[in-house]
Design a protein around this ligand. Structure first.
Ligand code: HEC
Length: 279
């Protein structure tokens, strides 16, 4: 009896978490702000599940919870990340977020990139406040958008700007496909090869280094990976919006920029409400 209560609690928590993550994702497409409701819903489900587990109070509750999570649907997440199936370790739920095991130095690097996003967001908001939409487009498109890490590498390899733009465009398309499919490999190497006709040695070298220190996507459950990709796509959308603004921005233009910034921050928020990498 007690055991089945525990199972129900965890099952509930897991399904609520999934529902919450799903709602956040769905919201990001619709442009609305359901993250609030989704987060609340998720937290409530988790709290209920955790409360039941606490009441059951077995020493092995945490471990059992992880097992139950798998059975209850988190297994989908535990099954594997988008890039290399089978490596993502998830399942432990504390304070309503799911812990994702990320090895070092990837984890430290992931967090450093996060702190970078915070800075870029600040720069974007300040540039927008000054009416400098060119700068908004530059930061959003090149520092936060799809292939943001790749642009500098290709520039250093003296790849012509229009070719770089084509690579970025193709990576953006691929990102959209992966998001639509709910996960998958980005295959950036193949895209670079197809557009440039060859893989520049600088790219190959970067890729090797990147796989040692970065390439976080492969350690993420697909749902988390997709939220990250959606964030990059929303940054690209902000760049489009900012680029289209003429010499004399109207109040409506400012509104559009603000709402596109909001679509980025909704992704930050949704992901932070769902996952953690630190104990
Ligand atoms: C794919 C999911 C995801 C997205 C999207 C995301 N984050 Fe994060 N972020 C995380 C996780 C996970 C952590 C670690 C939280 C933990 O373990 O407690 C984190 C941590 C951080 C930190 C703290 C870093 C540190 O050193 O402690 C900052 C700052 C941050 N994120 C900013 C942002 C901003 C700004 C955005 C949006 C532009 C964003 N993040 C988008 C998942 C995400």
């Amino acid at each position: 009896m007690r055991k089945s209560n525990l199972m129900m609690g965890v099952a509930l928590a897991a399904s609520m978490a999934l529902a919450g993550a799903g709602a956040v994702l769905a919201g990001s497409h619709g442009g609305g702000k359901p993250a609030d409701a989704a987060t609340q819903m998720m937290e409530k489900g988790m709290q209920q599940g955790m409360q039941m587990m606490k009441e059951m109070a077995g020493g092995d509750a945490g471990k059992m919870a992880a097992e139950m999570m798998k059975k209850a649907g988190m297994g989908q997440m535990a099954k594997g990340p988008a890039d290399t199936a089978g490596k993502a370790a998830t399942g432990t739920v504390e304070d309503g977020r799911v812990f994702v095991e990320m090895p070092e130095p990837q984890r430290s690097n992931f967090l450093a990139i996060m702190r970078g996003f915070m800075e870029q967001l600040d720069d974007i908001i300040n540039a927008a406040a000054e009416g400098n939409f060119k700068e908004v487009a530059r930061i959003a498109g090149q520092d936060m958008g799809p292939a943001h890490e790749l642009i500098g590498v290709l520039r250093e390899a003296k790849v012509p700007e229009e070719k770089i733009a084509e690579v970025v465009q193709r990576i953006r398309q691929r990102m959209e496909e992966v998001v639509q499919a709910g996960g998958g490999k980005m295959m950036m190497g193949r895209i670079v090869q197809e557009v440039l006709g060859e893989v520049p040695p600088a790219f190959r070298k970067w890729k090797q280094e990147h796989m040692k220190t970065g390439g976080f996507g492969r350690f993420m459950p697909p749902e988390m990976h997709v939220m990250g990709l959606q964030m990059h796509l929303n940054a690209a959308k902000l760049a489009d919006v900012a680029t289209a603004i003429g010499e004399k921005p109207t109040a409506e233009d400012y509104g559009k920029v603000l709402s596109a910034i909001g679509e980025i921050t909704t992704q930050c928020r949704g992901c932070h409400a769902s996952w953690k990498v630190m104990r």
